[in-house]
Design a protein around this ligand. Structure first.
Ligand code: AMP
Length: 140
């Protein structure tokens, strides 16, 4: 198994504009966009704009930049969904549950007593777009 960065991963293609995404936020160093298989309403992903597979090979600067954006977007998502809390997921290598090998942090708005849905179930695109717009409105 190779643990080098593969520039053909799907998030690298999103960063290059080769495939679309529902963008929520970006700054010089990071991008946040909606997960298309949302496990919660408002499920979005924060990634660095520079390459690294995951938390294990990330630089301190990449991690710091991602955390700054996670903090900003998580607060906006909590407001947008009137959430009771936020859960972060972050997986490293296949054995750690990772499927896309470009560092990413999952942001999940949570409500008391409401479980996270199963992974891998495609969401309704119109709903995902509305959820992106709700988070963006709360960012302003
Ligand atoms: P993991 O690597 O296990 O953290 O999971 C990768 C995540 O990326 C999953 O939640 C997928 O639903 C999500 N995903 C895969 N392809 C796309 C895409 N084109 N746009 C947005 N999210 C995606």
């Amino acid at each position: 198994m190779s643990e080098t960065y593969d520039g053909e991963n799907i998030f690298a293609k999103i960063l290059r504009g080769e495939i679309p995404c529902f963008k929520v936020f970006e700054d010089d160093d990071t991008l946040c966009f909606m997960d298309i298989n949302p496990r919660t309403d408002g499920h979005c992903l924060v990634i660095p704009k520079t390459p690294c597979r995951n938390m294990l090979d990330a630089t301190q600067a990449q991690l710091a930049a991602c955390m700054k954006t996670v903090n900003k977007v998580a607060n906006a998502a909590k407001t947008a969904f009137d959430a009771d809390g936020i859960t972060l997921f972050q997986f490293n290598e296949a054995a750690g549950g990772q499927e896309v090998f470009h560092l990413h942090f999952h942001i999940h708005p949570r409500h008391d007593g409401v479980p996270v849905r199963a992974p891998g179930i495609p969401g309704d695109m119109a709903a995902i777009k509305r959820h992106a717009e709700a988070i963006m409105a709360a960012l302003q």
